[in-house]
Design a protein around this ligand. Structure first.
Ligand SMILES: Cc1ncc(COP(=O)(O)O)c(C=O)c1O
Length: 395
C-alpha cells in the first residue's frame, strides 16, 4: 500500500518520513494525483452547459463524484462544498436562517471543532437563538444525561462524530434517537469519521453530514454536505450566481431544484475527479481490519507514553480513532515537535481548532499523533524509540 503514496518515499532531515498528522490531512495515492493531472492535460473545460466533448467529459467527471458519494454513504442528496467548514456554514445560512426563530435553541458539544461552533455563534449574534453545550466528562465522553435533559426548544443538534483531539467516537445512534424524539434535526460533523468508517447516512437518520476529501486521501478544497430529503426541502439558497439558477430576468430568478441550487459558480472539477479516485482507493481497503490494526497501535502508543510519564488524553476504545494526544509534564510541546521533526516525524501541536475542549481539559494544547491506513506499527515503535532518545538527551 505504501508504494502507492509517492510522498512516503521522502526523507525529512535525512530520515525517512513518518507522517503522523493524518487528522489534519492525509497523503494522496498516485491514482488521485494522476487523475487530476489527466483531467487538466486532457479534459479541462467548464461543466454543465457546454455541448462540446471536453465540457461533457468535465461534467461527467464532476457529477461522478456526487454519484460515488451518494452510493458510498447511502444518501439522497450530496452537495459539493469546499470542505467540512463550508458544509457547516451552508447549513447555518441555508437551513438555520430559514427555519430557526426567536427562542429556539441549538445543542453543540464541548468537543466540537471550531468549524462547528463559530458558524452557530455568528448565527446566534444575528438571531435570538440560544446555544447549549453538552459537557465533556472526566472519562472524555459526553454527558448524555444532561444532553437529554437539555432538549427543550432545541431545533438542531450539532455533534462531532469522532473528536479530532481525543479520537473519541460519540454515541451518534443514541444522540440522533434522542434528538428525533424531541423533534430536532441533527448535523453530524464527520470530518474524522468518514475517512475511517462506512457510514450509512440514511440508516443512522441524521439530517446533515459534513466531511472533507483531504482527510480521506482526496484533494484539498473539496468536501460534501449530505442532506436528508426532508431537510433539503427546507433549505433556501445561500450563494447566488451561475449554475444555481434555472432562469434569470431583470425581474427575478428561479433556482435549480437539485444540489446545484447550493453550488453557485464554477465548481471544483479537478478536485471532484481526484476525490472520486480517492473513494475508489478507499474501496480497496478492508476498513474494519485496518481500523482494528490502527486502534491497537494507538493503544500501545498511549500505554508507552503513559509509562514515559506523559499525560495522554482520550480512551482509545474499540470504535475510537487512532488519535493520540499527549503532553510531557515539563517539556514544551513545540520544542518536542521540532526535535521529532528533525528526526523525520510529523506530528501536530497546539489547540487543534478545539479551544473549548482544551479549556475544559484545563490545557492550552497537546502534541497529537494521528494514524492512517498507510502507517505501520513499526513506525509507532520507532516513534517511541525516538521520543525515548530525545527525553534522555534533553529533559
Ligand atoms: C472534527 C473536525 N471538524 C471539522 C474540521 C474542518 O475541516 P476542514 O478544515 O477540512 O473544513 C476538521 C479539520 O480538522 C475536524 O477535524
Amino acid at each position: 500500500m505504501r508504494d502507492q503514496f509517492p510522498i512516503l518515499q521522502r526523507e525529512i532531515n535525512g530520515h525517512p518520513l513518518v507522517y503522523f498528522d493524518n487528522a489534519a490531512t492525509t497523503q494522496k495515492p498516485s491514482s488521485v494525483i494522476n487523475a487530476m493531472n489527466h483531467y487538466y492535460a486532457n479534459s479541462n473545460a467548464n461543466v454543465h452547459r457546454g455541448v462540446h466533448t471536453l465540457a461533457g467529459e468535465a461534467t461527467e467527471g464532476y457529477e461522478s463524484c456526487r454519484t460515488s458519494l451518494k452510493k458510498r454513504f447511502n444518501a439522497d442528496r450530496a452537495i459539493i462544498t469546499s470542505g467540512t467548514t463550508e458544509a457547516i456554514n451552508l447549513v447555518a445560512h441555508s437551513w438555520g436562517r430559514a427555519n430557526l426563530s426567536d427562542g429556539d435553541a441549538i445543542i453543540l458539544t464541548e468537543m466540537e471543532h471550531h468549524s462547528d461552533i463559530v458558524p452557530w455563534q455568528m448565527l446566534a449574534e444575528e438571531m435570538n437563538i440560544e446555544l447549549r453545550y453538552v459537557p465533556v466528562q472526566n472519562d472524555f465522553t459526553l454527558d448524555m444525561e444532561l444532553f437529554e435533559a437539555s432538549m427543550k426548544d432545541v431545533k438542531l443538534v450539532c455533534v462531532v462524530h469522532i473528536s479530532n483531539v481525543l479520537g473519541v467516537c460519540n454515541p451518534i445512534e443514541q444522540i440522533i434517537s434522542i434528538a428525533k424524539k424531541n423533534g430536532a434535526k441533527v448535523l453530524l460533523d464527520a470530518a474524522q469519521s468518514a475517512p475511517h468508517q462506512l457510514i450509512n447516512f440514511k440508516q443512522i437518520g441524521a439530517d446533515f453530514m459534513a466531511f472533507s476529501a483531504h482527510k480521506m486521501c482526496g484533494p484539498t478544497g473539496i468536501g460534501a454536505l449530505l442532506v436528508s430529503n426532508e431537510a433539503f426541502a427546507e433549505m433556501k439558497p445561500f450563494m447566488g450566481g451561475g449554475d444555481m439558477i434555472e432562469t434569470v430576468s431583470i425581474h427575478g430568478s428561479t433556482y435549480q431544484t437539485n444540489e446545484q441550487k447550493f453550488e453557485a459558480g464554477t465548481p471544483r472539477i479537478a478536485e471532484a475527479i481526484g476525490w472520486t479516485e480517492a473513494l475508489k482507493w478507499l474501496d480497496t481497503i478492508d476498513l474494519e481490519k485496518e481500523h482494528t490494526r490502527l486502534i491497537e497501535s494507538a493503544r500501545w502508543l498511549a500505554t508507552k507514553l503513559r509509562e514515559m510519564g506523559m499525560t495522554v488524553y482520550g480512551r482509545h476504545d474499540e470504535d475510537d480513532a487512532a488519535v493520540v494526544s499527549f503532553l510531557h509534564p515539563t517539556m514544551n510541546s513545540e520544542d518536542l515537535a521540532h526535535l521529532l521533526d528533525a528526526r523525520g516525524f510529523a506530528v501536530r501541536t497546539g489547540h487543534h481548532c478545539a479551544q473549548p475542549l482544551l479549556d475544559r481539559l484545563e490545557i492550552s494544547g497537546t502534541i497529537r499523533a494521528s494514524l492512517y491506513f498507510y502507517n505501520t506499527h513499526e513506525e509507532v515503535v520507532s516513534f517511541i524509540d525516538c521520543l525515548t532518545e530525545i527525553l534522555e538527551r534533553f529533559s
